[in-house]
Ligand binder design. Structure first.
Ligand code: PMP
Length: 300
């Protein structure tokens, strides 16, 4: 009985054409996704039985795969259908879905041509949300010493399985007792956070760093830029450094997990009046409305 219950409660994972219980979803220790971080992935939210910005996430997935010369063995439409089916099999109405494409099993060398077939798996699960108090009171963040990968080396616009750069920064954030960290480029420009994009507002002008300096082209970032423009605000993609952050009126982060989250302290400097800014709060409200009312239906 205990065992049956466990089986019933187990997540169902899509893996290379089959839907299997999570405990049976296994990949080879020779998979280059594991051995070398050679692969790509996405993180996508489901709100109110609809997938938010599914096409945008999938486009980024296929773009990332193309840049690393990885052929995804499913067509765009098939991938979409497998994602929706995985959500249905897990009865997810509010949650998160993670498609992952690895280079597949090869030998112990780096050569991707030794990997005969890419592996595809899709995990659908609940999402651990940030506590509401972070949205009400804002985050305290710090800048960390680990620099964001240089785009000339490993372009952060590729959403690859190689997240060690971000993990090193996350460790530094945790050492400083904060949950998110600002990362800089080698030249010292603010670029993004370990798993979020960053925005600042000064005199009602909204700024975010351009992705070409080394930030992920965040789906939430794109949505936020549109919302800001629709609110009649001037929206600029522009490089800036920590000075501009410290003297900004408002600051916030964007990401699939965090949504839009206010920042009230950076490296010990209070941002604005130390409370989530009014424009940020407007954006949070508009963003939440959008997530609840748009998206690809899962169950129709
Ligand atoms: N930057 C990094 C490094 C990330 O991992 C993420 C989360 N995927 C983001 C930004 C935010 O992107 P999105 O809004 O598409 O989730």
């Amino acid at each position: 009985m205990g065992n049956d219950r466990k089986i019933l409660m187990e997540n169902i994972v899509y893996l290379d054409g089959d839907f299997v219980p999570a405990s049976e979803a296994k990949i080879s220790v020779y998979d280059h996704g594991l051995l070398y971080g050679d692969g790509v992935f996405e993180g996508i939210r489901i709100y109110n039985s609809r997938v938010f910005k599914l096409d945008e996430h999938l486009q980024r997935l296929y773009d990332s795969a193309k840049v690393i010369n990885l052929k995804i063995p499913l067509a765009f439409g098939e991938m979409k259908e497998k994602i929706l089916e995985t959500l249905r099999r897990n009865n997810i109405r509010d949650g998160y879905v993670r498609p992952v494409i690895t280079r597949g099993p090869g030998d112990l060398g780096l050569d991707p041509d030794k990997c005969k077939k890419a592996s595809v798996f899709i995990i659908a699960d609940k999402i651990a949300l940030y506590p509401e108090e972070y949205y009400e009171n804002g985050l305290n963040v710090v800048t960390v010493p680990t620099r964001r990968n240089a785009p000339e080396a490993l372009n952060p616009r590729i959403k690859s399985l190689n997240y060690l750069n971000n993990i090193l920064a996350k460790i530094e954030a945790k050492n400083a007792n904060v949950i998110e960290a600002i990362m800089l480029t080698n030249d010292g420009y603010v670029v993004e956070c370990t798993g979020d994009n960053i925005f600042i507002i000064k005199n009602r002008i909204v700024f975010t760093p351009p992705t070409y300096i080394g930030a992920l082209n965040g789906v939430t970032r794109d949505v936020t830029m549109s919302l800001a423009r629709n609110m009649g605000l001037t929206m600029e993609e522009k490089i800036f450094n920590r000075y501009e952050v410290y003297i900004s009126d408002e600051c916030f982060l964007t990401g699939t997990a965090a949504e839009i989250i206010p920042v009230v302290k950076v490296d010990g400097r209070i941002i604005g009046d130390g409370r989530p800014g009014s424009i940020t709060q407007e954006l949070v409200k508009s963003f939440r409305y959008l997530t609840q009312t748009t998206g690809t239906p899962v169950y129709e």
